[in-house]
Ligand binder design. Sequence first.
Ligand code: U2F
Length: 382
Amino acid sequence: MATISSHIAVMTFPFSSHPSALLNLVRRLAASAPTVRFSFLSTAKSNQAIFSGKQYDNIKPYDVSDGLPEGGGSRGEGRLLVDRYILSIWWRNGCDAMGVPWIALWIGGPCSLSIHIHTDPIRSTVGDTGMAQNAEQTLKFIPGMSKIQISDLPEGIVDHLEMPIAHALHIMGLKLPGATAVVLNSYEEIDLTIITDLKTKLKKVLSVGPSTLTSSSPSKPDESGCLPWLDKHKAASVAYISFGTILVPPPSELAALAEAIEASGVPYLWSLPDHLRHHLPQGFVERTSTRGMIVSWAPQLQVLAHTSVGIHITHSGWNSVLESISYAVPMICRPFFADNMLNCRMVEDVWEIGVRVEDGILTKSGTMKAIELLLFNDKGKK
Ligand code: U2F
């Protein structure tokens, strides 16, 4: 191994697709800088999942506490785990205090980053009256955000301020101008005005995305045979459904979506974890077996790249949106939380490459209307 010339500590937010996105970037940097050592700090659970026995010459994983009591204790799910982790982290003031230069990777879109950079002006505009009174007010005062409404904001910007993550993201927005650079999982042309504005607030903005497309790591194999199944269908005819890596849609909406898919008669490929399948209507799988396929994980990039896929029903996670854009698959968005509502607004009102499902929730009739519009209607096809 080459003599080490310098040392970079890499700290990830150990949830959803964040650790693998950061490791993908670090792998590319490490390959082109073999004399630099990268220490990758994450929770044991996340390190096990993303390194899974793989070794790299100059990247070494280190486990840090997840904030839960030693040996178990009360284990929570989702937001509780995030809160515990945020409350336990020790690095929040570390770099500034030690005078170490630092670079941030933002794996969401420029639009959501802009919200965190402009949190204080947004809060003063809304005042103490809260989200409900101002729901339809737009963020005209932020460059590139004139279509974004207050109701599209992630939790923790003008409401739920008590959440630990709200505080952490607010501090992040205030500290980012001190970063040597901010690396964006995006490309400039998608949001030129927003990125130009970010460049006036941050020292350096580097757009290196879409990261899942530029990643050098091999994607998981197509174990369920999604691609040969897609080969059997007509061009732009299949609905691909996925709600990302962490989200669990309410049972009633899973059932309504299945009813809409069944009644509309479209072929479908659904990435649905095994433990959620019992929420599907009785007999749905059997009745649609000749035109449907349900898998616990799909090779999403290859699926979206396949000519048979005609629409993507999505939670509007940033990677899913970028991947859909990359392969020109129109989206039906059912945004749930965090940046989902912002991404959905951009898809529908700025880029005009998809629709938000009627009333923002999956109902049988609303979903059928959206499918009809995007797959069969001239306006939708356009
Ligand atoms: C969090 O979102 P998620 O990680 O849940 O969703 P995405 O950003 O859309 O990323 C999902 C990735 O998982 C892949 C898919 C995407 O690259 O191709 N995938 C797959 O390959 N096969 C499957 O069956 C299902 C998914 C968060 F919840 C969002 O709000 C944020 O926008 C996002 C980025 O910060 O992180």
